[in-house]
Design a protein around this ligand. Structure first.
Ligand code: GLC
Length: 436
């Protein structure tokens, strides 16, 4: 039974989702992010499903209507013109690659779609609708997964690389500092940022980082967005354990769904991807840190940066001792953080409690970590994360992200995926051994 406070929070969350609903897609928040973002949409669909299942499916369908012919699903779909955002379509210039006249960016984002659609089907009240919509999306999501292993793992290591910090979804993480330093900003076209007019500049990536973000875009544009060339030519090639865990989890979930829907070939290939990905993940483990670390594919070295990217693998079916070690690491972080889970270890010298992905708490990552911990039998840690997340909302509203020590709301407000995750958190998580 939901108490009144939870009921109010849920209604407010629903209201925010409606506010940011543009009919067939949602914007993360108006002003700062006025288009459709890839993983925002998929995760937001989970929230929609609690009050409008058809709308949830439409959110994901709209994203996949803009999948490139080579299988890539872009990180932003620019549905309408809006000069409040930089870099817009005139910078990306992906025109030749996009399947519709609607422009998109040329990079991707964490592939949560496989995980999300399985969850939508499992919980569907309208089973027939869910199966029809899932059946149509299955080959599209599978094509995206194949794209990753073909173009982002050309050596067949089992792990895929990101070629731009924005692909990770953790834009300015400390993880990218060293590899981004090697991207020379020389030749970057002059530009004017828009993000700092919507949000506090002290909470946003720095100018030096922005110059390199744009320089990378120019670099890929010069290669005609040809994904067969991008990986080897990119000066930024990083293997992110969090990103790979999300891909592995999505492959596993897609396999299960494909089994249920009688798509044996998709099921077998997806399972193969997941098995290889999980085995290869082991190479990213750091005994010294008690968590996974990113690997810089351009230098062949580990990036010794204790970020949340190295905790996210608990979202995939990593071996039980690794999950237990991550649970212990998370418990340890919990001793120094008022609100879990900081996006970077607060004890690290580079930690910044307000600047975007360099310390603050993000509810979507909390959701994935809590889900993984609960599935691995670490309910105490999962409950702490869910409890802290709801406390953040009560104290500071539906912000983009929060200070891990003070709960200060940061970035944009009335944020769609924060609202979606709140609705999810207000619905009990199932645990191993639970009966339906
Ligand atoms: C920022 C976040 C990214 C998110 C986007 C829209 O770029 O780092 O993860 O998808 O905003 O909310």
């Amino acid at each position: 039974m939901m108490d009144d406070r939870a009921g109010d929070m849920r209604s407010r969350a629903q209201e925010i989702m409606r506010l940011n609903d543009r009919g067939t897609y949602t914007v993360p928040t108006s002003g700062l992010y006025p288009f459709q973002w890839n993983w925002d949409s998929c995760l937001s669909a989970l929230g929609f499903a609690h009050f409008d299942e058809a709308r949830a499916w439409t959110e994901i369908d709209t994203l996949f209507a803009h999948q490139w012919e080579d299988g890539m699903v872009p990180h932003i779909v620019f549905h309408r013109e809006d000069d409040g955002y930089f870099p817009g379509p005139d910078v990306w210039r992906t025109g030749r690659m996009t399947p519709t006249p609607t422009p998109t960016t040329g990079i991707t984002q964490p592939p949560v779609a496989g995980f999300c659609i399985r969850r939508l089907v499992d919980r569907a009240a309208d089973r027939a609708l869910a199966e029809t919509r899932a059946r149509a999306l299955l080959p599209q999501i599978h094509a995206w997964h194949k794209w990753f292993y073909r173009h982002r793992d050309p050596q067949g290591t089992g792990l895929v690389a990101i070629l731009h910090p924005w692909e990770s979804g953790r834009d300015n993480s400390i993880d990218w500092d060293a590899p981004l330093e090697r991207v020379s900003p020389e030749g970057v076209e002059p530009f004017t940022r828009k993000d700092t007019t919507h949000a506090d500049p002290a909470h946003r990536p720095t100018q030096g980082q922005y110059e390199r973000y744009i320089r990378l875009v120019q670099h890929f544009r010069d290669l005609d967005w040809d994904n067969a060339r991008l990986h080897d030519a990119s000066p930024f090639r990083v293997v992110d354990p969090g990103f790979n865990a999300i891909l592995v989890r999505s492959c596993t979930d897609l396999a299960a769904l494909a089994d249920d829907l009688g798509e044996a070939e998709i099921a077998a290939r997806s399972r193969e991807f997941a098995t290889r990905g999980l085995a290869a993940m082991e190479s990213l483990w750091s005994e010294a840190r008690g968590q996974y670390l990113c690997h810089d594919r351009a230098t062949g070295r580990a990036i010794d940066s204790p970020s949340i990217g190295g905790l996210l693998p608990v979202f995939a079916a990593i071996p039980a001792p690794r999950a237990a070690a991550l649970a212990a690491r998370i418990a340890h972080l919990g001793e120094g953080a008022e609100y879990m889970v900081p996006s970077h270890d607060p004890a690290a010298p580079e930690f910044d409690s307000l600047r975007y992905w360099r310390g603050p708490v993000w509810l979507i990552v909390n959701y994935m970590i809590a889900d993984g911990l609960a599935r691995a039998g670490h309910g105490v840690q999962a409950d702490r994360i869910v409890g802290d997340s709801l406390r953040l909302i009560r104290e500071s509203g539906f912000a983009e992200y929060y200070d891990t020590h003070t709960a200060e709301p940061c970035g944009g407000s009335t944020f769609t995926w924060t609202a979606a995750i709140v609705i999810e958190f207000l619905t009990p998580i199932s645990r191993p051994g639970d009966t339906a």
